[in-house]
Design a protein around this ligand. Structure first.
Ligand SMILES: NC(=O)c1ccc[n+]([C@@H]2O[C@H](COP(=O)([O-])OP(=O)(O)OC[C@H]3O[C@@H](n4cnc5c(N)ncnc54)[C@H](OP(=O)(O)O)[C@@H]3O)[C@@H](O)[C@H]2O)c1
Length: 243
């Protein structure tokens, strides 16, 4: 996620890693500096974007809390209250991006915390993330369900595309052509849905002539349990994050 964000911003970065060398690789690509410690980043940056795993919250906070000027966290399943506790007295912004930020077509969900942030700092942070796509502000009680569709969504869409490509290859299309047709159809459908106020049913009905081929294809997907599969998936994502 750090790499996707940094590529989306396209600016030189100040960054660290836990020893893998990925920070240096990012600097090689975008410019900036891979620093020797999180503390060094905190001392120099106006805003630190936390992109480690949620389990690292307390240990990273121990290194930089009190020094860091402001924190934006993309940590999954980590409520603002936990962030504010770990970074006592520091402005904290909980953001949930998806990997499409890399191409500036991302979604970033923002859940304002209990502390009232400095409005100009909040505006700056939101403007920074708005460079990566659309920022949607929502109540923190909605963040789990939101993450379960938009955070994991790129993987779902890729799987759905892959399944369709495989099916088309089985019926004779070359893989590259099949992938182009499927993915461009996804992109075009997304644009069409957005133009129609996200009315999925209306768009689906328009393509589906009564008794026609689309109706037969949709019925086959329903028989295969496509809706139930997505219900199971959202439960697995949300309930798994709580354990
Ligand atoms: N993947 C997504 O689509 C997505 C979407 C939304 C939110 N998120 C959130 O983003 C976070 C990262 O997920 P990810 O998929 O990008 O995981 P990841 O590929 O494992 O990346 C985690 C990065 O954090 C670095 N790191 C770990 N401990 C560190 C420390 N103490 N100091 C400095 N750097 C440290 C790791 O360094 P090394 O490279 O040295 O291991 C690694 O580069 C998670 O909290 C996740 O919930 C992910």
């Amino acid at each position: 996620m750090a790499r996707a964000l940094a590529r989306g911003w396209g600016d030189p970065v100040l960054c660290t890693d836990a020893g893998s060398g990925r920070a240096a690789a990012l600097v090689e690509e975008l410019g900036g500096e891979a620093l020797e410690s999180n503390l060094a980043v905190a001392e120099r940056a106006d805003l630190v974007v936390l992109c480690h795993k949620p389990v690292g919250l307390d240990s990273v906070a121990q290194e930089i809390s009190g020094v860091v000027k402001a924190v934006a966290s993309v940590l999954g399943a980590t409520p603002t209250e936990r962030l504010e506790h770990a970074y006592d007295g520091t402005p904290v912004f909980r953001m949930m991006p998806n990997t499409a930020v890399e191409v500036r077509r991302g979604l970033v969900c923002y859940t304002p915390g209990r502390r009232t942030p400095d409005p100009s700092l909040e505006a700056e942070v939101l403007a920074l993330f708005a460079r990566l796509g659309r920022v949607v502000s929502l109540d923190e009680r909605q963040i789990e369900a939101a993450t379960a569709v938009m955070g994991v969504g790129p993987a779902y869409q890729a799987l759905l595309a892959e399944a369709q490509v495989d099916a088309a290859v089985r019926r004779g299309l070359k893989p590259g052509l099949a992938a182009e047709l499927v993915v461009e159809t996804m992109g075009g459908t997304a644009a069409l849905l957005a133009a129609r106020d996200y009315d999925t049913l209306a768009v689906r009905r328009e393509v589906t002539s009564p008794g026609g081929s689309t109706a037969r294809g949709l019925a086959a997907l329903e028989r295969a349990g496509v809706r139930a599969a997505f219900h199971d998936a959202i439960d697995a994502v949300i309930d798994g994050a709580r354990t």
